[in-house]
Design a protein around this ligand. Structure first.
Ligand code: G6P
Ligand code: MG
Length: 209
């Protein structure tokens, strides 16, 4: 029986994909490293530093740890300015409706995101107080597909992994949910995952069981 639903943030609650793209592209252009939408896709659900490593795979130069920190900061400083433009209108269609229904069903709701900007994003879109727990990039040491972010969210909700559902748009996130022993619901790209349990559209029906 599902007692709580843990939502990924980027690509599930709000679309920040293009903002990440613009910010990484600006950094890659500065460093003369090729970057396109296909590479950007590989960064979904992946932490900031792990994302940077993926972008640098094709770089000519070998970067020191200090240089990598500076590049990640360069990207994030710009990304944060773009986040200021986010508002309630950027909440993805259907999300508010689902959250209200889950609340009425007494099903707990949490965020499970790799982003260190999750709380800022939630504040900007007016949903900071909506979730009972927020597990994000600031309280984890391992990026998805490691299950850490979801296990911590379930713990905050005081429910077991088998009572937890996860909604994810990234393949790495579906893997993380399954590694956590949770029921995985897919949206967007993640729908092609061979290990997902259901699609996001099936969530309410499964929660009724
Ligand atoms: C989410 C996004 C990723 C992003 C990660 C870290 O999982 O899907 O694309 O790299 O968060 O985001 P941050 O805001 O901490 O740089
Ligand atoms: Mg996502």
């Amino acid at each position: 029986m599902i007692k709580g639903v843990i939502f990924d943030l980027d690509g599930v609650i709000v679309s920040t994909d293009q903002l990440h793209y613009k910010s990484w592209k600006r950094m890659a252009d500065k460093e003369h490293i090729y970057f396109d939408d296909t590479i950007n896709h590989r960064l979904r659900g992946i932490s900031r530093m792990a994302s940077l490593d993926i972008i640098l795979e094709i770089a000519q130069k070998k970067y020191t740890d200090q240089e990598k920190l500076e590049l990640a900061k360069y990207k994030n400083d710009y990304y944060v300015t773009l986040l200021e433009e986010l508002s309630e209108k950027d909440i993805l269609p259907g999300v508010m409706n689902i959250l209200e229904i889950l609340k009425r069903m007494n099903i707990k709701i949490a965020i499970g995101s790799s982003s260190r900007n999750a709380k800022k994003i939630l504040k900007n879109i007016g949903l900071f107080d909506t979730f009972e727990a927020i597990s994000d990039g600031t309280n984890i040491s391992k990026s998805k597909p490691d299950p850490e972010v979801f296990l911590k969210a379930a713990k905050m909700l005081n429910i077991s992994p088998s009572e937890s559902a996860v909604v994810e748009d990234a393949l790495s996130g579906i893997e993380a949910a399954k590694n956590a022993g949770m029921t995985a619901f897919a949206t967007g790209d993640a729908k092609s995952s061979p290990i997902k349990d259901y699609d996001f559209e099936d969530l309410l029906e499964i929660c009724k069981k």
